[in-house]
Write a protein of this length. Structure first.
Ligand code: BGC
Length: 269
């Protein structure tokens, strides 16, 4: 058996990689041999820290500031990455945020911010990635695919979420964006899939796990009876990015401790 790492010599852009799930994925891809572009929008110090950890473990990459909702910044990030590393093999469409409010109180600004980062951002990055994948084609020594896109969605691409209509709408949109691109480019050896995380211990949902009371309440939604960790998502991302999943296209892989199993029915109904 060769001891070649699964993502050896591949270049990955991970958006929103300065914290949370993005940081976990960046580290996991690096462990699997990829060179990682650690994208961030405001926290340069946190992005530096993620890259520092990667380098300490023998990995390589750069940090890159870009707001994924801005077309020119996204195009610049891809241009610079390709200039510096030659190509992009893997895009992790991770950058995302919540602006929670009761539906009748959501401002247009909160709506547009969430759709802008969570959905338009995934569109802009995926479009640049697909252009590069089409231009380069398959390089068999690196991967059986011309490129892989992994959209970080959520269980809320299917579970409605009161008080979070903008966020749930953005993730429902990500699902159909992902599937439509997967259908359009499958014959060109481009694979597009999503990961649908449940509750993962990150800054986005700290209110849901920071006190013992909140955590106990959260566990009612999780049959596996533990919150997820960024590493759980990192492991799934490595699999979806590698040739181990070469025949997998257009799916959402839910990594949620069973959150989608309607846990309220365990002792009811
Ligand atoms: C949200 C988290 C939430 C989780 C489960 C994620 O998509 O960002 O805030 O804890 O879904 O509801």
């Amino acid at each position: 058996m060769s001891n070649r790492k699964k993502l050896q010599d591949q270049i990955a852009i991970v958006t929103g990689a300065s914290s949370g799930i993005g940081a976990g994925i960046a580290k996991a891809l690096s462990e699997a041999g990829a060179t990682v572009v650690v994208n961030y929008s405001s926290s340069a110090d946190k992005a530096e820290a993620v890259l520092g950890e990667i380098k300490q473990r023998g990995g390589q990459g750069i940090i890159w500031k870009a707001d994924v909702s801005k077309e020119a910044e996204v195009q610049d990030m891809f241009r610079k990455t390709i200039e510096q590393f030659g190509t992009v093999d893997i895009l992790i469409n991770n950058a995302g945020l919540q602006k929670d409010a009761k539906f009748h109180e959501i401002t247009l600004e909160q709506w547009e911010k969430v759709i802008g980062i969570n959905l338009t951002g995934q569109f802009l990055c995926a479009r640049e990635a697909v252009k590069e994948f089409l231009k380069r084609g398959v390089v068999p020594s690196r991967s059986k695919s011309a490129g892989k896109i992994i959209c970080i969605s959520s269980v809320h691409e299917v579970i409605p979420w009161a008080g979070h209509a903008n966020y749930a709408a953005s993730k429902g949109g990500v699902m159909m964006l992902m599937k439509s691109i997967a259908q359009e480019y499958a014959s060109m050896k481009i694979r597009v899939n999503s990961i649908g995380p449940g509750a993962i211990r990150t800054p986005i949902n700290h209110a849901a796990w920071q006190t013992p009371e909140a955590y106990q309440n959260l566990l009612k939604l999780i049959p596996s009876k533990r919150i997820g960790e960024a590493e759980d998502i990192g492991n799934a991302a490595v699999w979806l990015a590698s040739d181990d999943s070469e025949y997998v296209n257009g799916i959402t892989l839910f990594v949620d401790g069973g959150m989608l199993l309607y846990p309220g029915f365990e002792d009811n109904g």
